[in-house]
Design a binder for this molecule. Structure first.
Ligand code: NDP
Length: 294
């Protein structure tokens, strides 16, 4: 029987687990607060941001919602970030990507106070993650770690294959898997578009984490019997009825081979959202000098 790893359920457990910490912090006068900055008019980004606000409200995290017109000069965005950096009531800052062409995304990531960088993309936080001393684990790979733990998947000594090497998913995922920590100690191969014979790599894996952004590219044929399959991909594809969301894994054929698999939607997506709340609570705890039980 293939285990279907339910991301909605695990994410709900994570949110429930944060409630006590949020109450402790709020009672001590530090209500965790996440500020979002949206500077594009892409409907998908608007939806992501509004979902993040809703998630925060549900668990008692305060929010600030800043929207800038896409034509706003870059300096104004940097001034906004400076103000949020200086605001003691704001603990986490998230600048929604993508940004307009006239704004340098790297410069924006560098301008966020690393202590408030709850996405974990500031170079200081990337460095800390690589050095095995993470302050904030990036939300999607952290969520994958939690899913693996919830499904009792042993990473130590396992052969893990990460398909994708982006800065937000593939690279931090691989870094977490190789750390000498719980949820790490895996022998990890990172694959990408120039990888020769991807199927050979995935067939040799105990755990496959697909984050390529290519609809249904990992098929059952590319997997060995008993592989754990985590599908990070979210791809909208056209169908006869309109459109639907699919992952990077061909779910039906992969499920025939996998010992455990995440669905899309309802797998990694909800975890990414839950881990943002986690990082925001951690940020508030660090400021308050209160070690919160996460
Ligand atoms: P990117 O496009 O930034 O990176 C994709 C990576 O996959 C690249 O490293 C690319 O290689 C590699 N790749 C592309 N095609 C192939 C191929 N045919 N074979 C092997 N590797 C390939 O995407 P992201 O990392 O941002 O996102 C990946 C997917 O995850 C997307 O579907 C995205 O929507 C989804 N996502 C889901 C989240 C969630 O919460 N569930 C959060 C974030 C992303 P190369 O470097 O050589 O170009």
């Amino acid at each position: 029987m293939t285990e279907i790893i339910d991301g909605n359920e695990v994410a709900q457990d994570i949110r429930n687990g944060l409630l006590d910490s949020i109450e402790t912090l709020t009672d001590a006068g530090t209500t965790p607060c996440l500020a979002t900055v949206l500077m594009n008019d892409d409907p998908a980004s608007e939806t992501y941001v509004s979902m993040k606000h809703k998630d925060c409200e549900e668990v008692g995290i305060a929010t600030r919602d800043i929207e800038l017109d896409p034509d706003t000069p870059a300096e104004e965005l940097f001034d906004t970030i400076d103000e949020l950096n200086a605001d003691p009531e704001v603990h986490g800052i998230l600048v929604q990507m993508p940004l307009p062409d006239h704004v340098d995304e790297r410069e924006v990531l560098r301008s966020i106070d690393p202590a408030k960088d709850v996405d974990g993309f500031h170079p200081e936080n990337v460095g800390r993650l690589v050095a095995g001393n993470a302050r904030y684990k990036p939300c999607t790979p952290h969520g994958v770690q939690k899913l693996l733990a919830a499904a009792d998947v042993e990473t130590e000594g396992a052969e893990a294959v990460v398909v994708g090497r982006s800065n937000i998913v593939g690279k931090p995922m691989a870094n977490l898997l190789i750390q000498k920590d719980e949820g790490g100690n895996a022998t990890t191969t990172v694959c990408h578009s120039r990888t020769d014979d991807l199927a050979e790599k995935t067939r040799a894996a105990d755990i496959v984490i697909a984050a390529a952004g290519v609809p249904e590219m990992i098929t059952g044929e590319m997997l060995s019997e008993g592989t754990v399959v985590i599908d990070v991909g979210i791809n909208r594809v056209e169908t006869d009825e309109g459109s639907e969301l699919v992952g990077d894994v061909d779910y039906d054929s992969a499920k025939e081979k996998a010992s455990a698999i995440t669905p899309v939607p309802g797998g990694v997506g909800p975890m990414t959202r839950a881990m943002l709340l986690w990082n925001t609570v951690k940020a508030a705890g660090d400021v308050a000098g209160i070690e919160v039980d996460l």
